[in-house]
Design a protein around this ligand. Structure first.
Ligand SMILES: *Cc1c(COP(=O)(O)O)cnc(C)c1O
Length: 389
């Protein structure tokens, strides 16, 4: 082969192993104990060396295969797996921060990430301060600022942050930039080219695609960051199930297709919602009504199928809850990334304190159903809210 193949083709091509049993799938490899040929090999084993296997918790061929695939999607050297997206977040903070350090957290991030920062400030003497991702002057660097957390777009309220500008500021101040890139899923934003030092994915979402697996990952090009994370993961005795890795590996070949198809469907629904009389504002990064839309245009090549709408200010929470209960195809539930469309109405106090919209917020996740059926479902539910008013 003369041309360099795309990372997406590479992702689909099977690993060529064996000459007798040539399956296209990965085998589930399980182990606690891993044995050695002789005492010398046992004594010389090195858990840091990923070409070796020393204990099942630190990796078996299938967990390493998934780590490699995720690193390849991001075109970086290293990938590490964790039992959930949240565990990847928490273990990153634990690995990179020590007493006296400070972390800057965006006000619109995934709530439990902020809880972790709060927990560490109470239990470990690690400081945190909260910044507004749309106002870089709120990023206050002190001598001890070690880590800048970025999530773009923000969970729930969908603001797009200027990652290259934040990364430049952070690096000037010798801080590491961690990006929770679950929304872009390794597809619509090239976080490392935009300045991230490490990227976190909740694989529970699009990578799984089945609403039935928990997993998280951290990818990085930086050897020192990887080694520190890997060491910490080992100290904490954290590993993932080979069966769960198999489920994620089974979904990865169609990750990009699903993402792009769901993007098209979600944009059609969001466009329809922009014209709906009960909707005040559509918070979808591909629409200019979303804060940071110009940055999305510059830095992203596509959009996930997760977005929110602000309802008209005269519509009460009760009205909205009533309408959401009337939806038939959209199911009420947290998490997303699977085939089934989801909806969540948020009360104002569930959203970060900087929320300045007058109306209540509803978040939609668009799954794989026919777009027109989903539009019809929202139309009938919202029309009942009209009647009730
Ligand atoms: C879901 C999610 C997580 C957490 O993932 P879990 O696997 O559910 O722990 C973290 N960050 C973002 C942005 C998410 O959407």
């Amino acid at each position: 082969m003369t041309n360099k193949i795309s990372r997406w083709t590479k992702l689909i091509q099977p690993q060529t192993t064996g000459t007798v049993f040539c399956s296209l799938t990965d085998s589930i490899t399980r182990a606690s104990t891993i044995t050695f040929d002789n005492v010398e090999k046992l004594r010389n084993r090195d858990w840091r060396d990923k070409s070796q296997y020393s204990y099942g918790l630190q990796g078996t061929p299938i967990t390493r295969r998934l780590e490699r695939q995720l690193a390849d999607i991001d075109e970086v050297a290293h990938g590490l797996l964790y039992p959930s997206g949240l565990s990847a977040i928490c273990m990153t903070m634990i690995a990179l921060l020590k007493t006296g350090d400070k972390v800057l957290m965006p006000q619109n991030c995934y709530g439990p990430a902020l809880e972790m920062a709060r927990f560490m400030s109470q239990h470990s003497g690690i400081e945190f301060s909260i910044y507004n991702p749309l106002d870089l002057s709120t990023l206050i660097f002190d001598k001890n600022t070690r880590l800048v957390w970025v999530e773009t777009p923000g969970s729930i309220t969908m603001e797009i942050a200027d990652l290259p500008a934040i990364a430049a500021l952070a690096h000037k101040n010798n801080a590491i930039v961690a990006v929770d890139a679950t929304w872009s899923a390794g597809i619509s934003m090239e976080v490392f080219k935009l300045g991230a030092d490490l990227s976190i994915q909740a694989l529970t979402k699009y990578q799984s695609g089945g609403s039935d697996v928990f997993m998280g990952s951290v990818t990085t090009a930086d050897n020192a960051i990887h080694d520190q994370l890997y060491l910490t993961r080992t100290i904490f005795g954290i590993g993932v199930s080979p069966e769960d890795c198999y489920l994620i590996l089974r979904s990865l070949p169609h990750l990009k297709l699903r993402y792009l198809a769901q993007d098209q469907s979600a944009r059609k629904i969001a466009r329809w919602l922009t014209k709906h009389p009960l909707v005040e504002q559509v918070l979808h990064p591909a629409f200019d009504s979303c804060p940071g839309h110009d940055i999305w245009l510059r830095d992203f090549s596509a959009a996930a199928s997760l977005f929110s709408v602000v309802m008209r200010p005269d519509i009460t929470q009760d009205d909205i809850d009533y309408a959401v209960n009337e939806l038939n195809l959209f199911r009420l539930g947290v998490s997303w990334g699977g085939a089934v469309s989801l909806v969540i109405p948020y009360t104002k106090d569930q959203i970060f304190s900087g929320y300045e919209y007058k109306g209540c917020l509803v978040r939609f996740y668009i799954g794989l159903e026919e777009t027109d059926d989903l539009i019809a479902d929202i139309a009938q539910a919202f029309s009942k809210m009209n009647i009730r008013n």
